[in-house]
Unconditional design. Structure first.
Length: 600
């Protein structure tokens, strides 16, 4: 995927981005320069002071792709709370922010539909506040599209593929005109970036709940393209990488941490939940997942009924729990709680078992774990979910109940790692904030390295030491090394670090400024690649000083004492003894020496 531009057109704007705000990711000459060249990974670095609006660009993109996910033709199920009426197939995107925008990008299409040397579809998404969202395939005529098939063929595919009224694009076309995955990560408390991802987790739960209630086939993976890295997903992402990635692939993840591998872990699955009588009525007493105690008037629901299979039912042995159980070193079921404990002592045989049972690789395993983790939202009421679906609140996460560990449907425990600089294994929870942050952002990149995905990373290096910051872009490039399959990854990183800018061409650096509430974006007017940290700090962040505030105040006090006529030898002694080397110190020393020479 290759972003071209984003414009906010709604009169209310979006966060700090006012109506008329426009960000051009690729100019015409940038697109021409990329044409015909082999893909090389280069992230966009969004830089600027606090409050400059750089995070809002990530939030806007996440919110837009969330709206695109909600198109009814894309999904087998949507909660009623997102439908304006039972007679209307379009979701209520008018209620969401931003409510007016234009987004343009290029995306590589499958080779079988190409009819010329043009490999990328030009997609334009438009949302007018007074109209429904539109998705247009600008250069459709350059390709063999679904719209070229006969009416009879369309009618024969009607049950699995319905034509959309939006832009005349079919559901299959929309599938490849969108990125495979939209991936988010924030190191801080940026709830706005996480909001659309968070809502999608509830939709994912509801689609499973509906399949369970109706006893529909469930594919074992979520329909959503959106995935967000937070603490609840960090173990799953690391687990998938360490079980499936090998050798040089793991270098960007393991080298800085001196990580050798995964020693053991445990997955705990809770099968049943207590349900009120209204849920019994909703499912019916004869439902295979419902157990009703007539005497006590209590009921439980086997929430995992679609994800597991009795041993004798071989046709269902490809379900998630069946596959996880086959990979386990040992397992046991606790009769009192009905919880399933799966223990894994990790060796080559364990990894081979996972590869045999999850032949789609690390991403397939992650999507299976994604399904299980989403079931932890079973306690959220329908009323609360309805409010959350239509909410633009900054505090949405605070309204969602957090389950105690033993009430969760799925949890990962006893995650033991080995490190080259330690004699004994170490628990993952013992890692420092910086180590966790490296595992999060690099782990997310490594997991989806073979997908045509867009990554939205909000200040992913805030807890890094200077050495890790200086090598961060290098680590990302290692994740996305040359790819013979032609996958394209787009990545936007917000940062205050000059190191990330120094490792990027000026064409890939977006400098944000907020003057009197008006956010603007520009490119640096100097070559950033290879520029010194001092120059970047001065030119991009507007800080001319190379030292901290306390040291700067001390130098200014010494300068004032020089102007007041104090002894120059004493001032030189204090400068040399009391302050470390810096440009500011050397300038003041030269000033003192010049005064001494002129007075001699």
């Amino acid at each position: 995927m290759r972003l071209i531009r984003l414009k906010i057109t709604g009169p209310e704007g979006f966060r700090s981005l006012r109506a008329g705000f426009e960000c051009t990711f690729r100019r015409e000459w940038d697109l021409q320069d990329e044409t015909g060249k082999s893909y090389e990974f280069e992230p966009f670095i969004c830089a600027g002071p606090n409050g400059s609006g750089k995070s809002n660009i990530l939030e806007a993109l996440a919110a837009i792709f969330y709206q695109l996910e909600l198109l009814r033709v894309q999904r087998s199920y949507l909660p009623m709370a997102l439908m304006p009426s039972e007679h209307d197939d379009d979701p209520v995107t008018e209620a969401f922010e931003p409510n007016g925008f234009e987004l343009e990008y290029l995306v590589k299409v499958p080779s079988e539909i190409q009819k010329s040397d043009v490999t990328h579809a030009h997609v334009r998404v438009i949302k007018d506040p007074s109209r429904s969202l539109e998705m247009n395939w600008v250069n459709m005529s350059d390709f063999v599209s679904d719209n070229a098939v006969s009416l009879a063929e369309v009618e024969s595919l009607a049950e699995v593929e319905r034509l959309s009224d939006i832009g005349g694009i079919s559901s299959r076309e929309r599938n490849f005109l969108l990125p495979q995955f939209v991936l988010g990560y924030s190191s801080g408390e940026n709830e706005i970036l996480s909001l659309p991802f968070f809502k999608m987790r509830f939709i994912q739960f509801d689609e499973y709940w509906n399949s369970l209630k109706e006893q529909l086939d469930y594919p074992g993976k979520p329909e959503t393209r959106l995935a967000y890295m937070d603490n609840s997903f960090s173990q799953a992402i690391l687990l998938c990488n360490l079980l499936f990635r090998t050798g040089e692939e793991l270098q960007p993840l393991c080298e800085e941490l001196k990580l050798q591998g995964l020693r053991q872990f445990q997955i705990v699955i809770r099968r049943t939940i207590d349900i009120p009588l209204e849920v019994v009525d909703e499912f019916g007493l004869e439902h295979p997942a419902v157990s009703f105690d007539q005497e006590e008037r209590t009921a439980t629901l086997n929430l995992l009924e679609l994800l597991d299979a009795p041993a004798e039912e071989e046709s269902r042995l490809n379900r998630i729990l069946s596959r996880l159980r086959r990979c386990a070193t040992c397992s046991f079921e606790e009769e009192e709680t009905g919880s399933l404990y799966l223990d894994y002592l990790v060796n080559e045989a364990t990894k081979d078992a996972f590869k045999a049972n999850f032949q789609g690789g690390a991403v397939e395993l992650f999507q299976a774990l994604q399904v299980l983790l989403a079931l932890n939202y079973y306690s959220v009421s329908e009323d609360l979910k309805t409010d959350l679906y239509r909410s633009n609140s900054h505090y949405v996460n605070e309204t969602v109940p957090v389950l105690a560990s033993d009430e969760r449907i799925m949890r990962i425990k006893h995650f033991w790692m080995t490190k080259a600089d330690l004699d004994k294994p170490i628990l993952l929870k013992s890692f420092s904030d910086g180590e966790h942050q490296l595992l999060h952002s690099i782990g997310l990149s490594l997991l989806f390295k073979d997908a045509n995905a867009i990554f939205l990373l909000d200040e992913p290096e805030t807890h890094f030491n200077p050495d890790w910051r200086s090598s961060y872009v290098t680590r990302l490039r290692q994740c996305f090394a040359a790819d013979s399959d032609g996958h394209e990854r787009e990545m936007l990183i917000t940062t205050h670090s000059p190191f990330l800018i120094s490792d990027s061409r000026a064409e890939r650096v977006l400098v944000f400024k907020n003057v009197d509430g008006q956010v603007s974006v520009s490119r640096p007017n100097y070559q950033t690649l290879g520029a010194s940290v001092n120059k970047i700090t001065i030119k991009t962040f507007g800080k001319s000083e190379t030292i901290g505030g306390v040291a700067e105040s001390k130098i200014e006090a010494l300068r004032q004492r020089l102007e007041d006529g104090e002894d120059k030898d004493q001032l030189l002694a204090e400068l040399n003894d009391g302050l470390g080397e810096s440009v500011e110190k050397m300038i003041l020393i030269k000033t003192v020496l010049d005064r001494m020479e002129s007075e001699a």
